[in-house]
Design a binder for this molecule. Structure first.
Ligand code: ACM
Ligand code: ZN
Length: 554
C-alpha cells in the first residue's frame, strides 16, 4: 500500500504522502526531503533520443489555461488550479542538472526506475518509453508538490525509489471520430490525456455509417460525400418523437494524410502507437453512399442520420468490393506504420447477402453454408492481404462467429465472454468489455438526478471499471493471450471534446491502473489516490472531468 494517510513531519519539513496512479510496482520511501526549484528545472539527458524526450516532457508541462473556473459554451465547466510548474531547461552538463535521464539496459522496455534523492533525481528507463513513463510519474509528483508549496518556494518532494513496469503491453483508448468529429488538436489533447495515464495505444475509429473520416486518394467521394450526413437524430435513439436537427454535419470533417502524419508524430513522441480502424463488412453506409456499387442493392444509400445498426453493408459477392477494400488498405498502410490494423467486424446483419445474387454465387462457389461463413470469407481474405503486407488484424469479437483464423487478435466488447473463448482457442485478445469499459455509458446510478448529459444508456461507475479482472476465469495458458485492455468511447451522443473528456475522466484512472499495475489496491485507497494525484493534474491542465465521484456520487 502506497498512501500514508496524511503528511508526516521530519524535523520542521513536511513529508508529503506519495500518491500515484497507476500504483507503481514498488515504492521505497527514504524519509528524506528533496528540494527542487519551483521556477526552472534543469534536465540532463544522456543521449540525443533522451534529449528529445526531455524536450517533449518540458512542452507537456506547459500550462494551457489561466487559473479560474469557466463555464464553457459546451455546457461543461473548466476548473484550472493556480498551480505553477517549473519550466524545463535542457542542461549540457550533468552536474548542473536537477533531473537526469538515462537508459538502463537491465530494465524491460517500458520499465523505469525513479530515484528522488537529496543529491539527485534520476529517471532510468529500459528505453525512451520507460523514461517517458517515469517522467509521467514525476509530473504527478511535481503537481502535488507545487500544490502544497507557497508561490516562489522550492518544491518539496519525498525522497523515494520507485521501480515500476507495466502489466500489459497493450494499454488502449478508443476514439470514435465518425459519429462526431474531433480536430487534429483535440486528438492531440486526447493523446496527452492518454499519456498522463500511461496508456500507449490509440484505437482510432475512422469509418462508420454516419461518417467516413479519412481521406483516400483513390476514392475522393469517401470524404466528399461520405463525411457528410444531411442531418442528425435529436435526443435518444429510442425517442421517436424527437426528430432530426435539420443541419448537415461533417463537411470537411476528415483527416488528410498530412493530418495523420502530424498526429502519428505527436503520438510517437508520447510513446503512443496509433491503430486505425477501417470497418467491414458492416458499419459501411458512408462508403456505400459514396460508391453505391459497394453494396448488394447498388443504389439508394445515404450517410446515416441516426444511430444503431444498418442492414446495408458491403457486398461480399462482388470482386469490386475487394478491389476497393484492398486499395483503401493500401493507402491506410502507407499512412499508418502500426503492426495492427483494426478491420471492425461487429454488428453486421446478413439480410442483404441473403437476397443478393452475387453473394449467393460467392457462397456457392466457395462452399459456404451460412452468411456468417460468408463474413468469415471476407475476413480471411482481408487478413491474408494484410499479412502479405506485414500487418496483423484485430477485429471485434463477432469475428469469432465466422470461423476466426488462429492469427487474428480479438477485441472482446460484448463483455469478457468473447475474449475468454478466444484466449482458450489460442487467439490473442484485447479486453474491452462494455460492462466495465464502455465510457459512453452513464457514470452514476441515477443519471437524471445527478445531471449527467444525455448518453447512450448503461451504467459503468468508476468502482465498476476498477473491479475488472482481465484474467477472470482464465487458466495460465489462456492468460498469456490477454495482451491488454482498452476503454471505448463511442460518440453518438458526444458532440464536443469537452463532453468526451467528461466521459473519460476520471474513469481513465481505473483503466490506467488495471492496464499498468500488477497489484491494485482497495477501491477506497484507489479513489484517495485519484483524488490526491490525478484530480490536481486534471485541474493543472484544465481537462474537463466528471465531478461525481469527488462528490461521493456513483
Ligand atoms: C461495438 O461496440 N459495436 C464494438
Ligand atoms: Zn451482395
Amino acid at each position: 500500500m502506497i498512501a500514508c494517510a496524511a503528511s508526516c513531519i521530519i524535523g520542521s519539513a513536511q513529508l508529503q504522502a506519495v500518491n500515484i496512479v497507476p500504483v507503481p510496482t514498488s515504492v521505497k520511501e527514504t524519509r528524506t526531503i528533496v528540494r527542487l526549484p519551483s521556477d526552472r528545472l534543469g534536465v540532463h539527458a544522456a543521449d540525443k533520443q533522451l534529449r528529445h524526450v526531455a524536450q517533449v516532457w518540458g512542452e507537456s508541462l506547459e500550462k494551457p489555461y489561466e487559473a479560474g473556473t469557466v463555464e464553457l459554451e459546451s455546457g461543461f465547466e473548466r476548473i484550472v488550479s493556480p498551480v505553477v510548474l517549473p519550466e524545463v531547461r535542457l542542461c549540457g552538463r550533468e552536474s548542473d542538472a536537477d533531473v537526469r535521464l538515462a537508459i538502463d539496459d537491465s530494465l524491460g522496455d517500458e520499465a523505469y526506475v525513479l530515484e528522488i534523492a537529496p543529491e539527485s533525481v534520476v529517471v532510468r528507463g529500459g528505453s525512451a518509453a520507460g523514461v517517458w513513463w517515469g517522467l509521467q510519474t514525476m509530473t504527478q509528483l511535481l503537481v502535488q508538490a507545487a500544490e502544497a508549496s507557497s508561490p516562489g518556494q522550492d518544491l518539496q518532494l519525498s525522497g523515494l525509489v520507485i521501480n515500476d513496469s507495466p502489466r500489459f503491453a497493450y494499454r488502449g483508448a478508443h476514439l470514435d471520430c465518425c459519429r462526431h468529429f474531433f480536430t487534429v488538436d483535440e486528438v492531440k489533447k486526447f493523446i496527452d490525456i492518454m499519456s498522463l495515464h500511461k496508456l500507449n495505444t490509440l484505437h482510432w475509429h475512422l469509418t462508420d455509417d454516419q461518417g467516413w473520416r479519412i481521406e483516400i486518394r483513390k476514392y475522393p467521394l469517401l470524404t466528399k460525400i461520405g463525411a457528410v450526413r444531411a442531418e442528425t437524430k435529436v435526443g435518444h435513439y429510442d425517442d421517436t418523437e424527437a426528430g432530426y436537427d435539420g443541419t448537415p454535419y461533417g463537411e470537411g470533417c476528415y483527416y488528410t494524410a498530412k493530418d495523420v502524419k502530424e498526429i502519428l508524430e505527436y503520438a510517437s513522441d508520447r510513446q503512443v502507437t496509433v491503430i486505425p480502424e477501417i470497418e467491414m463488412p458492416g458499419h459501411a453506409v458512408a462508403a456505400l453512399a459514396s460508391y453505391p456499387w459497394l453494396g448488394c442493392r447498388g443504389e439508394g444509400y445515404e450517410v446515416r442520420e441516426t444511430w444503431g445498426i444498418s442492414d446495408d453493408v458491403f457486398c461480399i459477392g462482388k470482386e469490386s468490393t475487394f478491389d476497393f477494400l484492398e486499395d483503401v488498405l493500401d493507402e491506410v498502410c502507407e499512412m499508418f506504420p502500426s503492426e495492427y490494423i483494426h478491420i471492425g467486424g461487429d454488428e453486421c446483419p446478413s439480410i442483404r447477402w441473403k437476397d443478393c445474387p452475387d453473394c449467393r454465387k460467392r457462397m456457392e462457389s466457395e462452399g459456404l453454408e451460412s452468411e456468417r461463413q460468408l463474413q468469415g470469407y471476407l475476413l480471411h481474405r482481408i487478413e491474408q492481404y494484410l499479412n502479405a503486407k506485414g500487418r496483423k488484424i484485430i477485429g471485434w469479437d463477432e469475428i469469432l462467429e465466422g470461423g476466426v483464423t488462429p492469427t487474428a487478435t480479438v477485441m472482446s466488447w460484448r463483455g469478457p465472454k468473447g475474449g475468454i473463448t478466444a484466449a482458450n482457442k489460442g487467439n490473442d485478445v484485447v479486453m474491452t468489455p462494455n460492462n466495465y469499459f464502455y465510457l459512453d455509458y452513464y457514470q452514476t446510478a441515477d443519471p437524471k438526478k445527478n445531471g449527467e448529459p444525455q448518453g447512450i444508456g448503461g451504467y459503468v461507475s468508476l468502482e465498476k471499471s476498477y473491479s475488472f479482472d482481465p484474467y477472470d476465469r482464465l487458466d495460465d495458458n489462456a492468460r498469456k493471450h490477454i495482451k491488454g485492455i482498452q476503454a471505448n468511447t463511442w460518440t453518438e451522443y458526444i458532440a464536443t471534446f469537452d463532453h468526451l473528456q467528461h466521459m473519460d475522466l476520471p474513469r481513465f484512472s481505473a483503466l490506467s491502473e488495471i492496464a499498468w499495475s500488477s497489484g491494485k489496491t482497495s477501491y477506497e485507497d484507489f479513489l484517495g489516490r485519484v483524488t490526491a494525484s490525478l484530480k490536481p493534474l486534471y485541474e493543472y491542465y484544465g481537462f474537463i472531468y466528471a465531478p461525481y465521484v469527488f462528490e461521493g456520487i456513483e
